[in-house]
Design a protein around this ligand. Structure first.
Ligand code: FE2
Ligand code: FE2
Length: 375
């Protein structure tokens, strides 16, 4: 394989240094105007005349599970629970990466009082749930595309159940935001660019890799973390229900791609590695939460640099990759092409998760009624 076929970081990310904060913050947000956003999906809709159900037993099993695991966001969640967002924001549970416990003298937070910190927490909560809602809509569109583009009947059947799951997820996050929180945020630039790139790609496996492996792998870890930390009973219940579905979705990606990637050439695998790396960096960039800092009126770059100095925040951001990295390993993506992705994941500080449990079978333990293991 010649190096001329490989893409540079500049070509993959639009900047030569993955960690260039000025370049990350300078990317314009194309999602601020209008009610709809259109993306070309460049894909053929595929019929198959091979209707043999269960030709892929692992996918068939997942499909049968999914049929019995449907829930109703309107009636299975207790929407009568009153959420006092301000009270919640003042409590010990906070998703703010920096807070008044640190020595912030000489920084833009020097004069902040308890009300300012409480407001920051409220905004972070609105932002976080808004991005989950947008990401869920991305999953809805991606999975509908998979129904059309995947050539296997067992995968079409399973993907159809995931379309319903994702509709329900968009619905419950939107309802929670509207009825229990205090305002939406628009789509984050980096999350939106990633979702656009996933949908734009003509190759059916790239939808899976971008959505089921990368976006949903991160979501499963993030939901698990927030589910464990939050004291708000409705959010806890809602995340528990959503996670029972998400674990199946990530398994769907692992089980489908494992078969397909076993047959790809090294050059083809390298393209998948580059796509996985791009997705990882875009998701890391989205976690900078730049829109929140803008809204609370502090210098964005300074706030982000202070965030990076907090060990808790670094640990949290790394933990979000605890599902993605073992799943990439299981698919053979870490070590193909001379270990290219292993090296990149090392550079962004997440390779240490490679031997954690992958999500090919783990979904059974996420089923409703099971006690979730911590972590
Ligand atoms: Fe979802
Ligand atoms: Fe999902």
């Amino acid at each position: 394989m010649s190096t001329t076929e490989m893409s540079s970081t500049e070509e993959i990310l639009g900047r030569s240094d993955a960690n260039d904060l000025d370049a990350i913050l300078a990317v314009p947000n194309p999602y601020l105007e209008g009610t709809i956003h259109t993306v070309k999906d460049h894909a053929d809709a595929i019929f198959t005349w091979d209707y043999e159900k269960g030709a892929r037993p692992a996918l068939n099993k997942l499909y049968e599970k999914a049929k019995n695991a449907q829930w109703n966001g309107e009636t299975d969640l207790d929407w009568s629970i009153d959420v006092d967002q301000e009270e919640l924001a003042k409590s010990a549970v906070t998703n703010s990466p920096i807070n008044s416990q640190l020595d912030l003298s000489g920084t833009c937070f020097e004069k902040w009082n308890d009300d300012d910190w409480a407001r920051l927490n409220v905004e972070m909560q609105n932002w976080t749930l808004s991005q989950f809602m947008h990401g869920e809509q991305g999953a809805l569109l991606c999975t509908a595309k998979i129904v059309e583009t995947v050539p296997w009947i067992d995968a079409k059947y399973y993907a159809a159940t995931q379309v319903m799951d994702e509709a329900r997820h968009v619905e419950v996050f939107a309802k929670y935001l509207d009825e229990k929180l205090s305002g939406h945020y628009p789509m984050n630039t980096h999350l939106g660019l990633l979702l656009d790139d996933i949908i734009l790609d003509s190759r059916w496996d790239m939808t899976y890799l971008g959505m089921q492996i990368m976006v949903e792998g991160l979501a499963l870890a993030a939901f698990g973390f927030i589910h464990m930390m939050t004291t708000e009973p409705l959010l806890k219940q809602m995340l528990r229900y959503v996670m029972s579905d998400e674990a199946r979705h990530v398994a769907f990606g692992v089980l489908s791609l494992k078969e397909y990637y076993a047959e790809l050439t090294d050059v083809e695998l390298r393209e998948r590695q580059e796509f996985a790396f791009e997705a990882a960096v875009r998701m890391r960039d989205r976690l900078l939460q730049q829109e929140v800092w803008e809204r609370v009126g502090v210098p964005v770059k300074e706030a982000i640099q202070l965030t990076k100095m907090t060990p808790e925040s670094e640990i949290f951001n790394q933990m979000l990759f605890s599902k993605i990295v073992p799943n990439c390993k299981k698919l053979g993506l870490l070590d193909a092409s001379g270990g290219w992705l292993r090296q990149r994941f090392g550079e962004i500080g997440v390779i240490q998760f490679e031997d954690w449990v992958d999500t090919g079978e783990e979904y059974e333990s996420f089923a409703l009624g099971q006690d979730l293991q911590a972590g």
